[in-house]
Every structure is written in C-alpha cells, then in structure tokens.
Design a protein around this ligand. Structure first.
Ligand SMILES: Nc1ncnc2c1ncn2[C@@H]1O[C@H](COP(=O)(O)OP(=O)(O)OP(=O)(O)O)[C@@H](O)[C@H]1O
Ligand SMILES: [Mg+2]
Length: 249
C-alpha cells in the first residue's frame, strides 16, 4: 500500500517515510480568536519521495510539517507517518515517534552556539539514544565538514552551519527528513549545496519533505504540494525530477 513505510526498489534500496493524512484540521487559539491553520488536509506521500511544499505565508506549511513530524498533534483527522499511526497521540508519545523516525532541518539552523559542530551532532545521538557517537565525525565528513569538526557555529558560514544541521538530523537515521525553508537564509551557491545533500539523502531511500518559497526548487521534487488557506490546493508530480545541478534561481 502507498502509505506503508517500507517498500523494495528495483535497485535494492529500502524506501522509507511514506505517509497518509486524512481530513487533518488544526486551529490555534479558541473562540473569536481562533485561527485555522489546517482545514481538512488530505495528502499521500509515497515512501522514498522528495516532496516540495509551496504556498503563501500563513497557508499552513509549517503547521503541516509540525503535525507530520509529531511536534504537535492535529485537532482532528488521521495521521499515519512512516508506517506509524499518530492519530490522537498525546505529546509525550509523539516525542517517542519523533526520536525514532524524524529528522528536522530549520531555516536558521538552530545549532547550539556553545557547542562545536561535532558536539552539536553528538548531542542528538545522546539525547535520542539513536545512532552512534563514533559515526558522528564520518557523518560530518560526508557533508563536507571533515575539517571543521571542532569549530563553533559562529566560526562557520551559513551553508556550513546548515550542513551541520543536516548531519545532526541524519544522525538518528530518520525515515523522513522534514526541512522548513532550509535554503531561505542562504545565497544561491550555498543553497544548492544544501539541496544537493537533501537530494542525496532522498536517493538513499529516505522521505524528504521540504517547505520553500522558491518555486524553482519544485523541479527537483517527485511531488509538489501547494497549500492555500490551510488546504492542499494542488498536488503535481514530476515524472523526472531534476538534478539539483540543473536548477537555478
Ligand atoms: N503557535 C501559533 N499560535 C497561533 N497561531 C499560529 C501559531 N502557529 C501558526 N499560527 C497561525 O496559523 C496559520 C498557519 O501558520 P503556518 O506557520 O503554518 O504558515 P506558513 O505557511 O508556514 O507561513 P510562512 O510561509 O510565513 O512560514 C497562520 O495564520 C498563523 O498565524
Ligand atoms: Mg512557515
């Protein structure tokens, strides 16, 4: 079925992170002050897909990401992410789901300023009990930061900081990587190096869902979801997703 977390590819890799959302609604506040953030979202994401979410400010993109990632529960509707049914789960049990299945990457990196690159990744391994401390240096090497292990965030460029954040997100080997405007604070060349990493992560079989305001990036997606007023306005598929190298903005 489309929403199961794992499926076999022809090339032998395991595809992960398939999800199925039905009738998802969420409001913030109550009474006259209530703001509808999600208003009946139905969405299927196949395992192993790279998904780009577009839509105007306030259309519910971050809220969707937070519900998918178990940061906050929906008010109603059903949520199945990476083969796990989250429907009605309370925050504490959502935390366990997050730890085991999800990696997050944010627009402004959210690194701990008093920890080095290596320590920022190690702390995730320690907090979650997932991944191996001994693999952290190799992970940072794989994102091109082998010579920056002991630098603090303030000693790294924006793109390097975002690559530390991606290494941190990957340290727990998540099924689904969720990224909210991961290139929003970066220049084009640096943004492309971050996108290349996200595409590589996806090609390893993980689901990747990325929110962006940059419609040009949609070309690298398998599936492009456009949100408006808390609803899914359209879902389009790229038969042949572009390689990051061929995308410019
Ligand atoms: N914690 C919150 N408390 C109250 N309202 C909120 C909260 N978070 C989001 N909202 C409201 O919910 C709606 C959807 O917000 P959301 O952050 O999901 O939009 P977005 O599409 O990510 O926008 P942007 O592109 O500006 O990041 C908005 O009207 C927003 O003001
Ligand atoms: Mg947002």
């Amino acid at each position: 079925m489309a929403h199961t977390s794992t499926a076999r590819t022809g090339t032998g890799g395991t595809l992960r992170g398939g999800s199925r959302l039905r009738g998802l609604s969420k409001a913030y506040g109550s009474g006259d002050a209530a703001v509808t953030a999600l208003d009946g979202v139905d969405l299927d994401l196949d395992a192993g897909e790279l998904v780009v979410v577009l839509g105007p400010s306030g259309s519910g993109k971050t809220t969707l990401l937070n519900v998918l990632g178990g940061i906050e529960p929906a008010d109603s509707g059903s949520v199945n992410v990476a083969g796990v049914d989250l429907t009605g789960r309370r925050p504490r049990r959502l935390a366990a789901f997050r730890r085991d299945h999800i990696g997050f990457v944010f627009q402004f990196f959210n690194l701990v300023p008093t920890l080095t690159a290596r320590e920022n990744v190690e702390v995730m391994v320690e907090l979650t009990g997932r991944g191996e401390r001994g693999e952290v240096a190799g992970l940072l090497e794989s994102v091109g930061l082998g010579d920056r292990l002991d630098n603090f965030p303030a000693q790294l460029s924006g793109g390097q900081q975002q690559r530390v954040a991606i290494a941190r997100a990957l340290a727990t080997d998540p099924d689904l990587l969720l990224a909210d405007e991961p290139t929003g604070a970066l220049d084009v060349a640096t943004g492309k190096s971050v996108l290349r990493l996200l595409q590589r992560t996806n090609r390893e079989g993980r689901g990747v869902l990325m929110v962006t305001h940059n419609a040009a990036i949609a070309r690298i997606a398998h599936r492009v979801v456009t949100m408006r007023d808390g609803r899914v306005e359209s879902v389009e598929r790229n038969a042949v997703p572009a390689d990051v190298a061929g995308v410019d903005w």
